[in-house]
Design a protein around this ligand. Structure first.
Ligand code: 5GP
Length: 120
């Protein structure tokens, strides 16, 4: 079962403008900003504007428009960052086994170098 949404989580505060962030893209559906502790030369987090804990919550409860808007935003950011030709990696942690730390859905966008094979 998914945890209830905690509106004090750090990304909720970022969405409300209570904590600064380095925004790279924003639209009606999504906000994208640099990860504070980057694991690659480009490490951006893309989050939906709606209150969803994880991929599970989002895929089960979000409207078609929210899902489409969010996925389009992820693709837009990757293109805008020049990552299509060199390639990039998307990752979303969900729940305990994944070690998800922030309980607001986020997709990690990694790029800017050869990332190597995916490791667990
Ligand atoms: P998770 O482990 O939940 O998939 O990833 C959470 C990510 O959020 C981590 O990569 C971490 O560095 C990032 N993060 C945590 N707190 C903040 C913050 O206050 N600002 C930004 N920009 N990133 C954060």
């Amino acid at each position: 079962a998914t945890l209830p949404y905690d509106d004090q989580n750090i990304f909720a505060k970022i969405l409300r403008g209570e904590i600064p962030n380095r925004t790279v893209y924003e639209d009606e559906w999504a906000l994208a900003f640099h990860d504070i502790n980057p694991q690659a030369p480009i490490h951006i987090l893309v989050i939906p504007k709606g209150a969803y804990v994880s991929w599970d919550d989002f895929s089960a409860k979000a409207s078609e428009a929210e899902i489409a808007g969010f996925i389009r935003a992820v693709g837009h950011v990757a293109r805008e960052q020049g990552l299509v030709a060199p390639g990039y990696r998307l990752l979303a942690n969900a729940g305990i086994n994944s070690h998800q730390e922030v309980p607001h859905l986020h997709v990690h966008l990694f790029g800017g170098k050869a990332l190597g094979p995916m490791l667990l």
